[in-house]
Design a protein around this ligand. Structure first.
Ligand SMILES: [Zn+2]
Length: 335
């Protein structure tokens, strides 16, 4: 397969074109390292100011979306220990969280001494929305460039739960563990106004409501909360602008007794649904749902090309895929 000679985007990626040197338009457009570092430094300064402003306030300073994976666990440590914020962690349990990830969360929450809320919707609702997310057409093509349909569904519900808790409790910061590559710098420090929040919630709910009607609305902010927002939360992804490297992350969270699950594929450190979702995406779209993220990491110097290609080539574990198919009640594939 033809790939960009600089990053790893393949010829099957939507809208891709290569110039005479075989370099894709995303690589050509990318700002130089000095510009990017200046932008990161600006965001770091803004975040330090914000953390300083909220630190004297009563109640929680920060709500962390915690999947139990390595990056969100590191984010939790960072905000609690480095920035001294009073943190509430919340987890959306999609029914496929690896048992080791659940164990990690219990241990780390105790070791870090943070409050932790787990939201686990009833599985019949989740099964219906996940099965629907496997069908083409649930999400626009643009949304599928960075994540599978199933991942889009999970992220929509997790964000809905987070926003609902933040609005209910008036928490000023909503933090995510997105690492560089998973989120553009321009989106790493953002505060939406209430009109934008309403529009985002409507967009997120619509495809899910089409499948399970009102059974999904409990996991999203209510209309009255959106109509009268007391504290507009900042959406922050600190790993995108603070110094990030995988080795430091793993070192730091190991000290909290976090252990890498052996039952997930190496691209995910918490979710058993992940390799199944990737498999379906590759079959339907012709490219891996992580390729954009890995390509960004290569482009920005966080990962070398060889390593990125290696991660793309990781085959799903057949037993994990079969267990997912059985739990979702979809026909068992022959992979
Ligand atoms: Zn490229």
């Amino acid at each position: 397969m033809n790939r960009c000679t600089r990053c790893i985007l393949p010829e099957t990626f939507p809208g891709i074109h290569f110039d005479e040197e075989g370099v894709c338009q995303y690589c050509r457009r990318t700002p130089d390292p000095e510009q990017r570092e200046a932008q990161r430094a600006r965001l770091r300064a803004k975040f330090e100011k914000l953390a300083g402003d909220v630190r004297s306030q009563p109640g929680y300073h920060c709500l962390v979306a915690w999947s139990g994976g390595k990056d969100s666990t590191y984010t939790l440590w960072l905000l609690k220990e480095q920035y001294g914020l009073r943190v509430l962690a919340f987890t959306f349990d999609n029914g496929f969280v690896s048992p080791q990830a659940l164990k990690n969360m219990r241990t780390v929450a105790e070791n870090l001494n943070v409050d932790h809320a787990i939201v686990k919707p009833s599985f019949d609702v989740l099964r219906e929305v996940f099965v629907a997310s496997m069908r083409p057409g649930m999400y626009p093509a643009k949304a599928l460039e960075r994540a599978s349909g199933i991942c889009n569904t999970c992220m929509a519900i997790a964000k809905g739960i987070g926003l609902r808790i933040a609005l209910e409790k008036g928490i000023p910061i909503l933090a995510y563990g997105w690492s560089p590559g998973q989120i553009p710098l321009a989106s790493a420090f953002i505060r939406f106004n209430s009109r934008m929040l309403r529009a985002m919630v409507d967009t997120a709910i619509a495809p899910l409501e089409a499948v399970v009607n009102t059974r999904i609305i409990e996991y999203f902010p209510e209309q009255h909360q959106l109509a009268d927002v007391k504290v507009l939360p900042y959406n922050i992804s600190p790993l995108a602008f603070l110094d990030y490297d995988e080795e430091t992350t793993l070192h730091r969270i190991s000290a909290l007794a976090w252990e890498r699950p052996q039952d997930t594929d190496p691209n995910s450190t918490n979710c058993l649904l992940n390799s199944f979702a990737n498999l379906i995406h590759v079959e339907q779209m012709g490219y891996h749902p992580y390729v954009m993220e890995l390509a960004s990491l290569v482009r920005e110097g966080y990962m070398d090309r060889q390593e990125a290609l290696k991660r793309l080539g990781i085959a799903p574990v057949p037993e994990v895929v079969a267990a997912v198919e059985a739990k979702l009640g979809v026909p068992i594939s022959d992979k």
